[in-house]
Ligand binder design. Structure first.
Ligand code: SF4
Ligand code: SF4
Length: 160
């Protein structure tokens, strides 16, 4: 009986937290249910591990809002677009925008910004960047879910 209880605990622990998969052929991130009192959630990606003491880090790949009927947040989503720009690394040269076959990249305030709705995940921009500022949102990247309160302050909830 004790071994059955221990197995349940281990399975529960293994299933907790953020996870990344491409089981359906598209990148999907899943997470535990979030407290419904947050104003909204942010899914972010980074090339480095996330730190709860640095709540401003990472590139926002999705803003997540609670369901208008249930008030509950979803517990996973398909990542829109496959690439993101690290603004702290980008030098604003514009080479990526020139290489994008679908015009998904614009320069805003001297930094490249990718429109995830237009991106077809071809990877041309990442290959053209001279400073490796463009990050592929894949299983080698780090993901984090942040809870954003009514004042806009971010709290790290889960990360991988
Ligand atoms: S991955 Fe391809 S489509 Fe997406 S922003 Fe880069 S160049 Fe454009
Ligand atoms: S190629 Fe790289 S450094 Fe140049 S604008 Fe694009 S992301 Fe920034």
């Amino acid at each position: 009986m004790r071994s059955i209880a221990m197995s349940f605990i281990l399975i529960a622990a293994a299933s907790a937290g953020l996870s990344f998969s491409v089981d359906t052929g598209r990148p999907v991130v899943s997470w535990d249910a979030a407290d419904a009192s947050w104003d909204h959630l942010e899914l972010r990606v980074s090339s480095a591990p996330f730190d709860a003491e640095a709540p401003g880090t990472g590139i926002v790949v999705a803003l997540i809002h609670a369901d208008s009927l249930t008030g509950e947040f979803p517990t996973g989503m398909e990542i829109p677009g496959g690439f993101a720009v690290e603004p702290g690394v980008c030098i604003g040269c514009g080479l990526c925008a020139g290489s994008c076959p679908v015009g998904a990249i614009t320069l805003t305030d001297g930094k490249a910004v990718i429109d995830p709705a237009a991106c077809i995940s071809c990877g041309m921009c990442a290959n053209s960047c001279p400073v490796s500022a463009i990050l592929a949102a894949n299983d080698s990247a780090h993901f984090a879910l942040f809870g954003i309160d009514g004042e806009g302050a971010a709290t790290l909830l889960e990360s991988i």
